[in-house]
Write a protein that binds this ligand. Structure first.
Ligand SMILES: [Zn+2]
Length: 303
């Protein structure tokens, strides 16, 4: 291991980031976009009832299957829920809460932040918070920007509204703490290679190339990714959408992947709120370091 260069580089202290016995972390995250992601692109798509049903499959059919899978494996995950989705599908979103999973903020109507002014960005944040509060009573501490697109003021606003972590950046393999004028916030970075949209999403003329990946190949690809993160003591964030990964064969492949991760024995499967807590604790233990990692002993590769 020789990479201590984080987003700001430097000689970050080596402190224990993961709980004892674990060398790396995996977060299973689900963006419950449902209809919102389409309506944010083009409100007239509301008239396309088949397309809307394709999106509705997420909360109605895919989500319950995913919740069953997670319960079978005793895993807590993080679900980023647009406020509009919560309002349209209160029962399924309350089921996420009732199963003990984390609920994060994902805009109100999955709005693109690029090009917005501050008042508009605040409005999206507040409407999302309000909807999640009304439907679930949950005040989220985590945020993921719709389409993973932030502005130069997004993180500052998140701090102001009491968020403790964001998951919209791509600049590291580990969570790290950003020091902002209003206070610190943990970033838990993501990767397009670990997003199911690129694997499965397809609607003619709307999204996707028409090539729909075989679920077992996706699971194998992600297992390869997880093993590489594990070798480096890093944090592997997998991003899924219930309307995509909630389909039967895809959920089954996800179950296979979860089995592999669990059997590895040294990979911590955790919701993002717990990963953010570890990052913040590590920062407290090593003031000045914004990027921390756990010393990892070399070991034989697992397959
Ligand atoms: Zn989304």
């Amino acid at each position: 291991m020789n990479s201590d260069s984080g987003p700001r580089g430097g000689d970050a202290a080596r402190v224990t980031l993961w709980p004892e016995g674990f060398r790396a972390a995996v977060a299973l995250t689900f963006d419950v976009d449902a209809e919102s992601v389409m309506l944010a692109s083009d409100p007239s798509l509301a008239q396309r009832t088949s397309l809307m049903s394709h999106q509705r499959y997420g909360p109605q059919t895919g989500l319950p299957r995913i919740l069953r899978l997670l319960a079978e494996h005793g895993i807590r995950a993080t679900f980023f829920v647009p406020g509009y989705t919560a309002e349209q599908h209160p029962g399924p979103i309350q089921a996420i809460r009732d199963a003990g999973h984390e609920i994060g903020h994902h805009g109100y109507l999955h709005e693109l932040l690029t090009g917005t002014d501050e008042a508009t960005e605040r409005e999206y944040l507040e409407r999302g918070l309000q909807a999640l509060d009304q439907v679930t009573g949950v005040r989220p501490i985590g945020y993921r920007a719709p389409w993973w697109e932030t502005t130069d003021r997004t993180l500052g606003l998140l701090v102001e509204y009491g968020f403790r972590f964001d998951s919209s950046m791509f600049d590291a393999d580990l969570p790290y703490v950003r020091e902002l004028p209003g206070g610190p916030i943990t970033e838990i970075p993501v990767s397009w290679a670990l997003d199911d949209w690129e694997k499965y999403a397809f609607w003619p003329g709307v999204t996707g190339t028409g090539t729909i990946e075989r679920p077992s190949l996706v699971a194998e690809h992600w297992w390869e990714e997880v093993l590489a993160y594990a070798e480096e003591g890093a944090c592997c964030v997998i991003t899924m959408h219930p309307f995509l990964s909630g389909r039967p064969a895809r959920a089954r492949a996800l179950g296979w992947l979860v089995e592999k991760i669990s059997q590895h024995g040294e990979i911590w499967l955790a919701p993002m709120c717990e990963i953010a807590d570890r990052a913040m604790a590590a920062r407290a233990a090593a003031p000045g370091a914004n990027y921390v990692k756990m010393p990892v002993q070399p070991k034989g590769s697992k397959s």
